[in-house]
Design a protein around this ligand. Structure first.
Ligand code: KG4
Ligand code: ZN
Length: 335
């Protein structure tokens, strides 16, 4: 079985073809980062318009890369939510229409299910059941995963998502968009423990997260250093380090708690923030200490991409999950 996957939920146009015997046959990705950089964040209308320009040429390029035609495709999967309404509508409309024109089934994929299953594209794929930590720009979720579509939410952020906290903190430190990876880079040269920020919601039981307070901690530290005449590159790196360490420690504490609570010893980490080197190092160390194993997607499948949508779409199609003829996009859609 072979599926074309279309991802347009935010600011990347991702197209891929996944075959259950051959794996990923084509993978096209166009990032709109340059388009939104001047505005310091994603401008939804510009994102939609750019998806309109890029989606069909990238599908043509993917078919050419895979050396196949529409007749070799068994289904069309598209991200139907959650995400930006206009951006989602582009992928949903093109995906649903192509499936209709090609007389193939269409399947609507949940963006976070795509992220969740992305580590299964690797050779060393995790077996069910496992605990998944999903850390992206829009969501922070801890999920017990017993199989495809068998998801139990154990915890989530009550305010900012982990990636959102990285981006907003980067912005208040005057780093260019997209701020998350830049803040992570700056943190690498930071001095550990010159600043220590709170590990929110770790003192009481539970698996929910709150990251918005860390922005305030960063802003306060910055203001104090500026007032004391110590605002220099090293100070900024030290503050970035303290912020990142607080996020990483908090995520690790909650992962350990979720593993203890469920009695599981496999941890899947996915979504844009799973590209973070410090997070990976700490979670891998945690899993070694627990005699368990951590699984991550390769870097290009951590952030938004079409491969994860093609893969999740194929699993859904195999389960007989097809989309009716109407075009539907769901900007808010629980996993
Ligand atoms: O999964 P993703 O591409 O999009 C959403 O579904 O939201 O995640 C994007 C998020 C952004 O907030 C970005 O700043 C963050 O992932 N991110 C990182 C890193 N790379 C991407 N955050 C921290 N460290 C990184 N290396
Ligand atoms: Zn995403």
């Amino acid at each position: 079985m072979r599926v074309l996957g279309i991802e347009t939920s935010c600011d990347e146009t991702g197209i891929a073809i996944y075959d259950d015997k051959l794996g990923i046959m084509a993978h096209q990705l166009y990032s709109q980062v340059a388009l939104h950089a001047d505005y310091g964040g994603v401008v939804p209308e510009l994102a939609s318009r750019d998806h309109i320009r890029k989606t069909i040429p990238l599908i043509e390029a993917a078919l050419a890369d895979a050396g196949c035609s529409k007749d070799d495709i068994d289904g069309v999967a598209f991200t139907a939510g959650p995400g930006l309404m206009g951006a989602l509508m582009v992928g949903a409309t093109i995906g649903r229409s192509l499936a209709f024109a090609w007389d193939k089934p269409a399947v609507a994929v949940h963006h976070m299910e795509g992220h969740l299953l992305a580590p299964m594209l690797e050779d060393d794929a995790p077996a069910f059941p496992f605990v998944a930590l999903l850390v992206s720009g829009g969501h922070t979720l801890l999920v017990r995963v017993d199989g495809i579509g068998r998801y139990q939410i154990l915890g989530e952020s009550v305010d900012d998502a982990a990636g959102e906290a990285f981006d907003k903190t980067a912005k208040l430190m005057d780093l260019d968009y997209p701020g998350g990876p830049r803040l992570a880079k700056l943190a690498e040269s930071g001095t550990p423990e010159r600043f220590i920020f709170p590990r929110p919601m770790t003192a009481k039981p539970g698996l929910d997260f709150s990251f918005s307070g860390l922005k305030t901690a960063t802003a306060t530290a910055m203001a104090e250093e500026v007032a004391a005449g110590r605002d220099n590159q090293q100070t900024r790196a030290d503050i970035a380090h303290a912020f990142q360490q607080a996020v990483v420690d908090t995520l690790a504490i909650k992962c350990k708690r979720a593993l203890t609570q469920t009695g599981l010893n496999r941890l899947v980490v996915a979504g844009g923030v799973s590209a973070n080197v410090s997070l990976r190092a700490q979670l891998s160390e945690l899993m070694t200490s627990l005699n368990g194993e951590a699984f991550y997607p390769r870097n290009e499948y951590c952030t938004d991409n079409g491969a994860m949508i093609a893969f999740a779409g194929l699993q859904r199609l195999k389960a007989g999950d097809t989309e009716p003829l109407a075009v539907r996009a769901r900007p808010r859609w629980p996993l």
